[in-house]
Design a protein around this ligand. Sequence first.
Ligand code: GLU
Length: 500
Amino acid sequence: MTTPVRTRVAPSPTGDPHVGTAYVALANYAFAKKHGGDFLLRIEDTDQARSTPESERAILAALHWAGLSWDEGPDVGGPHGPYRQSERSAIYKRYSDELLANGHAFRCFCTPERLDAMRAAQRAAGTPQKYDGHCLAIPPEESERRAASGEPYVVRMKVPESGVCVVHDLARGDVPFEYATVDMQVLLKSDGLPTYHLANVVDDHLMEITHVIRGEEWMSSAPKHLLLYGYLGWEPPVLMHLPLLRNPDKSKLSKRKNPTGILFYERMGYLPEALLNFLGLLLAHAPEGQEIFGLPEFIERLDLSKISLGGPVFDIGKLDWLNGQYLRALSTDELLARTMAWGFERDRLVRIAELAQSRVERLSDLAPAAGFLFAGRLAVTKESFAGAKLGDDEMRKALALAMWRLDAERAFEKETVERVLKGVGETLGKKFRDLARVYYVAMTGSPTSLPLFDSMELLGRDIVRERFRVALAAFGGVSGKEQKEWQALQAPDQTNGAAA
Ligand code: GLU
């Protein structure tokens, strides 16, 4: 009997759900289903400082919205749980102990200061940045004794000094890596918790994953992982690294150039089936005329060994076209039902009516006053901002700081928006009234409109970010140098109220 295929997607809950996660999840889902296997979802929250339950919830919800489901995962359970790495610490510790006992790993007592000095010296000498093996020479008894006495340490894996590790990649063939370039990776941190590398290998083995299909950015981790499989006496899974999604200029897909959040596409009114179809086209090129397909057909077509490694371009124009096709294929009833569910639920309409009531003279004023709440991008140009009391650079700064600082907030409620925008006024030493006009234009398309903070809450984080981006683009954007300088400007709440 052949082993049943098992694949997984393993997002880290450290931010907004990313389209790249949906792309990887789709590849894994379709590959498993094509082979009659199981697809599972594992939460890789080993980075405790950056992982949040909000992000985990949002990722699960966004993948569900996109139309994906999993056979095992933190929300649905399964025989290989728990599926959240923060709940599996004891398991990783056991394997770290085993690696230490077998001499495949060692305790490293180097202080952060020593490591900093080592890296600085490597930088100065232009040699690769990696651990220099300082603690390799500590005899096992001394290592035990120092650990028992409470001296802080991390556990690092050993790496052969020379030789070549050949990674067999399903799409790329054999890719050689010199061991000399592979770092003696930390496996267990000084707090006893694992790093991504240890947890990932242990879980893929224990969860009986047969095919690891993940983003290209993990390719350089493969030699470390293969060493660990070998040290632990385990059969490694088949590896396949998917080409990274790219901006139209071929750079790596980034928030600066393109919206990358799944929720952005939801709030813009793309249909999940169109987004999935679009991601499918990035995984399995289809000839013209055969570009529209649902999941079952995609599963049929998928052949990951034929994937083009060129780096698929996330072409929003193509997505627009596809979405239009899907919208036109709906019956009028369906179109209406989906539009209502997308943006016209009663609770939302009630809130909008409350905001608009004091500002209308006729019923016919209501829809135009609230129209911006149902739109995606607004057609603002530099001229839209005419009449503001701020100079162009000040406006750009006000827009950019608001965008970045809102991005850094976990919550997106009107109180958050108000605090952040007023804080920008303080940072820039400007009257909020003057700034508000700029924000009104960017968010609503007009210098006066419904109450700003409530409106921004209703628009939601993703549409707000996009409108800031569009407004900044109208002024020619922000240079990398400006971004660095402006981001260094402290927000007032970070300076203990010292800012004026
Ligand atoms: N947690 C990693 C991520 O966020 C998973 C990488 C992998 O699939 O091994 O992408």
